[in-house]
Design a protein around this ligand. Sequence first.
Ligand code: AMP
Ligand code: MG
Length: 351
Amino acid sequence: MKNSFLFFCLSLLLFSCGNGGDESKLIPHELKGEAQGTTFTIKYLAKDSLDLTQEVMDMLVRIDQELSLWVDSSVISKFNAQRSTDRSIDSSANYFIEVFRRSQDVFALTDGAFNPAVMPLVRYWGFAKKAETPEVIDSLKVDSLRRHNGFIKVVMAGEGYSYFTPDENLQIDFNAIAQGYSVDLICELLDEKGLENYLVEIGGEVRCKGVNAEGLVWTIGIDRPTDHNSNRELQATVVLNNRALATSGNYRKFYMRNGIKYAHTIDPETGYPVQHTLLSASVFAPDCASADAYATAFMVMGLEKTQAFLAMHPELKLDAYLIYSDEKGGYRTWESEGLKKDLEEMDVKKN
Ligand code: AMP
Ligand code: MG
């Protein structure tokens, strides 16, 4: 949700599956475009030429109007601007309410590793709209911007239209969950159309159902976490059978200062960008909002805490593929048990 700029260069590609004349043949469709400061791809099989361009575009605009910090008039921007203990939002803001509720759940389960109240810190560290990176790091300032428990203390009332927050300066950032949530909303739209086979991907967060144009279960690539954007290399491929995958990492949005890397995941406890050996966390979940939120939380928690969390929470139906660095700077990987049969890795050392 980096950008309000919603530019659509949609191409609707229609191919015939080749069994000409058969009424029941499924035709592959592909929509591609730019939204939320990134690109998206939607593929689906439908019985006839079903053009969903306008409906998808309308939905992405509505999501931005509720959840984008890049849109000054969005519900979240107005919520942040209120700077009061009593706040209210438009009564039609269902996406905001749903994301707020789900964020409180993930906050509680991850002990605050996932914490949308990091917003002022995201700005301080230079990862928000119009924000500059700090020349000299001011530890007192960082400390003053930490709001570790502020978010969980917010109480919703009136079905989510009014909020009471003990902290009048609380500001929130849903960027760690909104993209995954957007994927889910588009999947719901495709479900409503009766589609059984599709892939929806926004900025690398993806969810699949059924099979692709070749009749095979969808296979997705996971990037190697290299600091050089230009050479994207694959670290692994994975079969994604009716579920979602989101990846968080410290290798796309970061800067170097005095030999230290500052990346865009903030540890809400310290107020500083996370510093540890975990380079990327790819999380598999039944829905993409959860995959997205937990991927960010796991980047904060690091390798061992994430492994322990997964062992403690089988009810969440999560899997994770973690890429971390060893003492010599080489890549190491770890995957949860549920992924072993679906994952194929390119050459890596295992622990
Ligand atoms: P993601 O790429 O999904 O991991 O989201 C990263 C974005 O989420 C950052 O650019 C921040 O806007 C925000 N963020 C950073 N740290 C946290 C955190 N600990 N909890 C929630 N959101 C965060
Ligand atoms: Mg995330």
